[in-house]
Design a protein around this ligand. Structure first.
Ligand code: TXA
Ligand code: MG
Length: 337
């Protein structure tokens, strides 16, 4: 299959391009598109055959459910059987935006979307291209992050192409995504609202609107609520080491892997480069976690392309989106020192 990549300007969206993409969705094909978090790999959420193609393309385990993306709040009624009271102010404040809510599903949503379960994750993205594509397709779009299963998410169309060239017919190239880490996932289908995945919208942000929120840990009772969280995730091909903050800890790791091709990612302002490393990537101004989040997946993908054996990432500050970013870095790490 030939994969076409079409550039599209989110400030001046070419109608014809979106219509072409929407036609693929209507025909039951896959289209990759930008959202404000990361790129998504989309299919008509009501079409089980189309959704199955996503799992095949990504090599995703069938029990890991997908997020359904909607272009207007009314569509939620076709997807969610019940809309709990607490959902209303959350949707008002955070939609469109990087918040995914889990509801009880309707019959219309095929089980392939939900990994066989009775609940469905829904979000209304704020990216204008994503919204336009959903609206023109005239159906909700099921879309996981556009990366091969377990690999780093895609923040550029070129990343999507690296993973899916020849596998999907169309990639809409809307440039670099803005946030760089995936949406916050909050379960509203059970008695207590439970945070399943950290994102730019924090637990505190959510608690300001609906009060106490529980945090899910997969270890509890061995019950896995968010199947995506049980796998090693976001992982580069290289061995990723998460090092404590400070030169000492980075240097220690460098000594251990002195015969390997090592890349360092650091926030340190004093230390612009580590001579024994192949390359040192300085993340930017100290504590600028917003820029770090935008760049993380891109940097690890670049290190892989350059044939890194080892990537040493220095710990970052867990404030704001830094908390979600640290979650992703830890999950992609092979070792924490
Ligand atoms: O920002 C995002 O959320 C991106 C963009 C494309 O929207 N999408 C994304 O999808 O990150 P994905 O499939 O890579 O991650 C979805 C996460 C997984 O951890 C999955 O297990 C969880 O959401 N999830 C989906 N449906 C669920 C459900 N019904 N109950 C619990 N967790 C669910
Ligand atoms: Mg993903």
């Amino acid at each position: 299959m030939e994969t076409e990549v079409i550039k599209i300007n989110s400030k001046k969206i070419e109608r014809k391009v979106v219509e072409k993409a929407a036609l693929f969705i209507k025909k039951g094909e896959l289209v990759a598109f930008p959202t404000e978090t990361v790129y998504g790999l989309g299919a008509n959420a009501f079409n089980a055959r189309a959704v199955r193609k996503i799992f095949k393309a990504k090599k995703r385990p069938a029990d890991n459910p997908l997020i359904v993306h909607i272009g207007d709040k009314e569509t939620l009624r076709k997807i969610a059987r019940e809309i709990p009271e607490k959902a209303v102010p959350l949707m008002k404040k955070f939609w469109p935006g990087p918040l995914t809510l889990v509801f009880k599903k309707t019959k219309k949503i095929p089980y392939v979307v939900t990994g066989g379960g009775e609940t469905v994750a829904v979000r209304m993205p704020s990216h204008p291209i994503a919204l336009e594509l959903i609206r023109k397709s005239m159906c909700p779009i099921a879309a996981p992050s556009a990366n091969t299963s377990t690999r780093p998410s895609s923040t550029r169309a070129s990343h999507v192409r690296d993973d899916f060239d020849g596998v999907i017919p169309l990639i809409l190239d809307g440039g670099k995504t803005n946030i760089g880490v995936e949406s916050t996932v909050l379960d509203l289908s059970s008695l207590h609202p439970t945070l399943l995945r950290k994102g730019e919208i924090s637990r505190t942000d959510l608690e300001k609107v609906i009060g106490k929120i529980y945090v899910h840990t997969n270890k509890k009772n061995g019950i896995v609520k968010s199947p995506g969280q049980k796998y090693r995730h976001y992982a580069p091909k290289a061995f990723l080491i998460l090092a404590q903050h400070g030169e000492k800890s980075v240097n220690r790791a460098l000594r251990v892997y002195k015969n390997k091709k090592v890349f360092v990612i650091t926030f340190s302002e004093r230390k612009k480069s580590y001579p024994s490393a192949e390359e040192t990537h300085v993340w930017g101004a100290k504590g600028d976690v917003v820029s770090a989040a935008k760049k993380f997946f891109e940097i690890v993908r670049e290190c892989d392309k350059k044939g890194a054996d080892v990537i040493i990432v220095e710990k970052i500050l867990e404030k704001g989106v830094g908390e979600a970013l640290m979650d992703r870095i830890s999950r992609s790490a092979s070792k924490i020192i």
